[in-house]
Design a protein around this ligand. Structure first.
Ligand code: HEC
Length: 106
């Protein structure tokens, strides 16, 4: 019983920082398709962007800078900060050099 409690405490301690930093891949895919793709698709108003447009390191750097539209605006003007985090998670997880590259249906 004591050990179980200890184990639970350790699990809880580990889970908090993980959920705090990590966005949701699934939600990110949804927001990416719904919002980003509304401009960034073939024939859209901006050039096509897919997870494969960048490597994992390049996507991380892109979101760390937080700029969009050639540096003219913050990426958070497009989506809420927590949604941007989800999109970042999706794009990094499926970047060109990721274990599961994904084109997001073009
Ligand atoms: C209202 C239209 C619109 C939406 C929505 C949009 N973008 Fe953009 N985006 C642009 C325009 C315009 C540019 C600059 C011209 C270009 O690169 O085609 C741009 C540029 C970019 C670039 C190239 C580098 C840069 O910043 O100039 C990336 C990467 C990018 N957007 C990612 C995203 C992501 C990720 C999302 C969703 C969170 C998103 N965009 C949503 C219009 C949009």
């Amino acid at each position: 019983m004591r050990n179980t409690l200890k184990l639970l405490a350790v699990v809880a301690a580990l889970a908090v920082p993980l959920s705090a930093q990590g966005g949701s891949d699934t939600k990110g895919k949804f927001f990416f398709k719904k919002t980003c793709k509304s401009c960034h698709a073939t024939g859209g108003s901006a050039k096509e962007v897919t997870p494969l447009s960048k490597t994992q390191a390049q996507w991380k750097a892109y979101f760390a800078a937080g700029k969009h539209n050639k540096g003219k605006e913050a990426i958070t003007t497009v989506l809420k900060p927590e949604q941007v985090k989800d999109v970042q998670t999706f794009l990094v997880n499926h970047a060109s050099d990721s274990p599961q590259p994904e084109t997001c249906g073009g």
